[in-house]
Design a protein. Structure first.
Length: 198
């Protein structure tokens, strides 16, 4: 019968082996295409719906470049690209940014990544603010949290399983934002009796 001391030694060996595999692989940045909401993930806006073709992305902050010797991260540029793509897919993105009457700013507040995990779960926290382009009180200003975990295949075959976990967490976060934004804009339209939110 295996005693407790032997079990602890076996557990320690497994953890160290996992750590060596994780830290031995070069970390890679999260890909915008994998962080983006895809066609069919959510119902796209109908023409004339609140927010339809009215937004432009003006500022992204809180992201960081990936250090290949540490953990996968999300940069501001890659998050911006994912947001722009998601807004376009959903029908929010203005055809001409100069004519957009709503502005979106987003800040990555936190990206909680486990240092060592075979199948890591990442938690993303992002603050989104949607304001009139001409100034005024925000129509939407919320910090949203979402988690993401890679598939078992990604965990075992990806050199850096933190990357797909980051991508899943950010994609889920953007998805929640788009749903919450639509609910908020619809509520404001209802209160105004059908007028466009301003």
């Amino acid at each position: 019968m295996i005693n407790a001391a032997k079990l602890r030694r076996v557990a320690a060996i497994i953890v160290l082996a996992g750590a060596s595999l994780t830290l031995g692989a070069c970390a890679t940045a999260a890909l915008p295409s994998q962080m983006s909401v895809r066609p069919g993930d959510l119902a796209a806006l109908d023409a004339g719906a609140p927010g339809y073709h009215r937004l432009r992305v003006v500022q992204i902050q809180g992201g960081s470049a990936t250090n290949p010797l540490w953990l996968s991260n999300v940069s501001n540029d890659d998050f911006r690209a994912a947001l722009v793509s998601s807004l376009a897919v959903m029908g929010y993105l203005a055809d001409d940014p100069a004519k957009a009457d709503l502005e979106l700013t987003a800040s990555i507040v936190d990206l909680e990544r486990p240092v060592v995990a075979i199948q890591p779960t990442v938690v993303s926290k992002v603050r989104y603010t949607v304001s009139p382009a001409g100034g005024g009180a925000p129509l939407f200003d919320e910090t949203l949290a979402a988690s993401g975990t890679p598939t078992m295949a990604e965990s075992f075959f990806e050199p850096d399983p933190t990357r797909p976990a980051n991508e899943a967490a950010m994609r889920a976060n953007i998805s929640i934002f788009l749903q919450e934004l639509q609910r908020t804009l619809k509520a404001k339209v209802a209160v105004k009796g059908g007028c466009r939110p301003s």
